[in-house]
Design a protein around this ligand. Structure first.
Ligand SMILES: [Zn+2]
Length: 234
């Protein structure tokens, strides 16, 4: 964690400091080594939020773009189960910066827990992710959509894309460049994606907005397999 309670203040870790976890009140110690980013660790080693993942510089760079008081905000469900949003905007949107491997089932559980969430996925963790995404871009269709330039990427080109598509939440891929890729709409066999500048996305979150969904400008029919002439309206 980046923050802990120290003498009644929210404090960042510094060598040799001890403090209290803001969520479970147990003792946390500052870990200020050379390998991992400086962080607070529960002395008992078990984190009170079992979804918590060790943070990378990548997490911190994202978090640091938002006010401190928006970062690491705990939420409890009706059963009292605690989970900490990496960032929680005043509008109640949780931003989750996902670097570690995570199953689809787990993604769905966490999406349901937060209800209002935007996933930001580190697309550089696996080389295969970016390869698959580039492959899908090569074969992309260009649907008749309004607004930004939209590409239709097919799941059979990218398992990575399929894993993150179809959620009841916006998903943003960060491939380490200034342009982020956003899933703006998920279809049965494909996802409609567009790019957004990093600074624009951050600004929109600060204004209380979410990455906009893709709107289809005109009715569009696609022939379904095995049923000639019967199309599926998108
Ligand atoms: Zn704790």
């Amino acid at each position: 964690m980046k923050f802990a309670n120290l003498n009644g203040e929210r404090a960042e870790p510094a060598p040799k400091l001890k403090a209290q976890c803001p969520f479970c009140d147990s003792e946390v110690v500052a870990k200020c080594g050379k390998v991992r980013v400086w962080h607070w660790a529960h002395k008992s080693t078990k984190h009170c939020d079992h979804w918590w993942e060790p943070e990378k510089e990548w997490h911190r760079q994202w978090k640091n773009q938002f006010p401190n008081e928006w970062q690491e905000v705990g939420r409890r469900d009706d059963n009292g189960e605690l989970h900490i949003a990496d960032v929680l905007t005043p509008q109640g949107l949780a931003l989750e910066f996902q670097h570690s491997a995570i199953s689809r089932e787990e993604v769905e559980i966490r999406t349901a827990f937060h209800n209002d969430i935007c996933w930001i996925v580190d697309g550089l963790r696996l080389e295969s992710s970016i390869k698959q995404f580039m492959e899908a871009l090569k074969h992309a269709g260009t649907p008749n959509s309004s607004g930004a330039e939209v590409y239709e990427l097919y799941y059979y080109d990218s398992r990575f894309l399929k894993k993150w598509a179809g959620l009841n939440a916006p998903v943003v891929f960060d491939f380490g460049i200034d342009e982020l890729w956003v899933i703006g709409r998920s279809l049965e066999n494909s996802a409609l994606v567009y790019t957004l500048q990093r600074s624009v996305l951050v600004e929109q979150f600060k204004l209380g907005n979410r990455p906009p969904p893709v709107q289809i400008r005109a009715p569009r029919y696609r022939r379904s397999y095995g049923r000639r002439g019967v199309g599926r309206r998108l």
